[in-house]
Ligand binder design. Structure first.
Ligand code: ADP
Ligand code: ASP
Ligand code: MG
Length: 403
C-alpha cells in the first residue's frame, strides 16, 4: 500500500466528462489499495473568468476580496470531484481551506490528522488547490498555477510516497511542446533544472512547488490525464542517468524593461530604487548597472513582469526628484529566453553558442543574466518563438523524426 497525492490541472477537469475521467484515475489507485488525496484546480478558464469579473468591478481590486472570488473556482471542482468519485462507488469527501487549514505563509505546516484518520476508513480526501488561509484566517491564494504547490505541500505533510501532477501534456519537455513541435519529453529532470525552468517561465509546474518538493524530497511526477504514457520524474541530480549540457529552453513572454538614464553613481541609489519597488510588491528580475563614464552618473536597466509595469513606472516617476535621473525609458514588449542545463557547470561554451545562434537569426540581445546552470537573454518579444526554436535546434534538443 502506498500513500499518493494526485493533482489534476484545469484542462484535466475542464468539463464534467473530464472530471469523470479524472475520477476514474483516482479510483484506479484506490482499487490498487492505496491511500489517496486528490488536489484539484479550477475548471479550465474559470480562474481567468473570476479574475476578469473582479477587475470589472474595480481595477484597483481589494486583494483579499479578489482572493475570495478567484479561490471559488477550486471549491466548485473539489465538490464535483467528490461527487464524481461517489458516483463511481468511491468513498470521498472535500476538505476546504478552512476545514483543513493550509496556511499560505507556512505552506509546509499542514495538519493532516483529520484526513489521515479517514484514510483508515478508505476515504479519499479531495482538496481544492490554490486556496489557503492568511495569518488573519482570511482566504488567500498561492498565485497563478498555485495548485501544484498545494499538491506538493500536501504530499510533504502526508509523507506521501508519490505526488502525481496530471496535466494536458504527458510530461516535462525540453521546451514548451506547444511552440516547438520537435520538443522531446524528458524521462527525468533534476530538481535544480526544473526549478530554473519553472522560474524562467515553463509553466508546467509552479516554481514554489518544485522548491518544496526539493526541500522535502517529494517524489514528483508530471504525467498526462488523457494518455497512459509514462511521464517525467523530477529527481535528485545524482539520479540523472544521462546528464546533458543543456536540458531545456524556457521562455517568459510577458516581460518589460525599464532604464533610468543618468542616476547618480553613489551609495544608496540602488537601495532606494529597488527598495521602493519591493515595497510596492514589484518583483524585479534582471538588473544591469552600466559603468559610469565620469564617475558621476550611470544608467540603470532592469526588468519586471508586464503586469507590474504600470505600477513600477508610477513608483519610479514618484522618485524622479529624489533620484535626479534625466529620463525613464521603457519597453513593455520584450521577452526572456533561457537555456538551462546542469552540464553548464563543468562545460564552457553554452553562452557562446546561444549568442551566436541568436546573431545568425538577426535577433538582438538587450540584457543578459546568468546563474550556475542557466543563461537568460532579453529580446524583442516578436522573436520569442523564433529564438526558442533556433536554440532548441542549436543545442541538439530537436526530436529525430523517427523518434
Ligand atoms: P495545468 O492546468 O494542468 O496546471 P498548465 O497550463 O499550468 O497546466 O501547464 C501545462 C502547460 O505548460 C502545457 O500545456 C505546456 O504548454 C506548458 N509548458 C511550458 N513549458 C513546458 C515544458 N518544458 N514541458 C511541458 N509543458 C510545458
Ligand atoms: N486555478 C489557478 C490558476 O489558474 C491555480 C491552478 O490551476 O494551479 O492559476
Ligand atoms: Mg498549472
Amino acid at each position: 500500500m502506498a500513500r499518493i497525492v494526485q493533482k489534476f490541472g484545469g484542462t484535466s477537469v475542464g468539463d464534467i466528462d473530464r472530471i469523470r475521467n479524472a475520477a476514474v484515475k483516482v479510483k484506479r489507485e484506490v482499487d490498487a489499495g492505496h491511500e489517496v488525496a486528490v488536489g484539484v484546480s479550477a475548471m479550465a478558464g474559470q480562474t481567468n473568468q473570476l479574475a476578469a469579473w473582479s477587475r470589472q468591478i474595480s481595477p484597483l481590486v481589494d486583494a483579499r476580496e479578489y482572493d475570495v472570488v478567484v479561490a471559488s473556482g477550486e471549491q466548485v471542482t473539489a465538490g464535483l470531484m467528490a461527487m464524481a468519485l461517489q458516483d463511481l462507488g468511491v468513498n470521498a469527501r472535500s476538505w476546504l481551506a478552512w476545514q483543513m487549514p493550509i496556511k499560505t505563509a507556512r505552506i509546509d505546516d499542514i495538519n493532516t490528522e483529520a484526513i489521515v484518520s479517514r484514510f483508515a476508513e478508505g476515504q479519499v480526501a479531495v482538496v481544492p488547490g490554490f486556496q489557503g488561509l492568511g495569518p488573519d484566517n482570511r482566504l488567500t491564494t498561492l498565485g497563478r498555477g498555485g495548485s501544484d504547490t498545494s499538491a506538493v505541500a500536501l504530499a510533504a505533510a502526508l509523507n506521501a510516497d508519490r505526488c502525481d501532477i496530471y496535466t494536458d501534456v504527458d510530461g516535462v519537455y525540453t521546451t514548451d511542446p506547444r511552440i516547438v513541435p520537435k520538443a522531446r519529453k524528458l524521462e527525468q529532470v533534476s530538481f535544480e533544472e526544473m526549478l530554473e525552468m519553472a522560474s524562467q517561465g515553463a509553466k508546467v509546474l509552479q516554481t514554489r512547488s518544485v522548491a518544496l518538493a526539493m526541500r522535502y524530497g517529494v517524489r514528483l511526477q508530471v504525467l498526462s490525464t488523457f494518455a497512459d504514457t509514462p511521464g517525467t520524474l523530477v529527481v535528485d541530480e545524482e539520479e540523472i542517468v544521462e546528464q546533458q549540457l543543456v536540458s531545456g529552453i524556457a521562455y517568459s513572454p510577458d516581460e518589460a524593461k525599464i532604464t533610468l538614464v543618468k542616476v547618480p553613481d553613489q551609495p544608496g541609489v540602488a537601495a532606494l530604487i529597488f527598495g521602493s519597488l519591493a515595497d510596492a510588491a514589484v518583483n524585479v528580475d534582471m538588473i544591469v548597472q552600466n559603468v559610469s563614464k565620469d564617475g558621476a552618473a550611470t544608467d540603470m536597466t532592469f526588468t519586471v513582469s508586464r503586469s507590474e509595469f504600470d505600477r513600477s513606472v508610477d513608483v519610479l516617476t514618484g522618485l524622479k526628484a529624489q533620484l535626479g535621473y534625466t529620463e525613464l525609458r521603457s519597453d513593455a514588449k520584450v521577452a526572456k529566453v533561457s537555456v538551462v542545463g546542469l552540464g553548464m557547470r563543468s562545460q564552457p561554451g553554452v553562452a557562446k553558442t546561444m549568442f551566436k545562434t541568436l546573431a545568425e537569426r538577426g535577433i538582438n540581445i538587450e540584457v543578459i543574466s546568468t546563474s550556475e546552470i542557466k543563461v537568460s537573454v532579453l529580446i524583442d518579444d516578436e522573436y520569442t518563438e523564433l529564438a526558442v526554436r533556433a536554440l532548441h535546434a542549436a543545442f541538439g534538443l530537436d526530436r529525430d523524426d523517427e523518434d
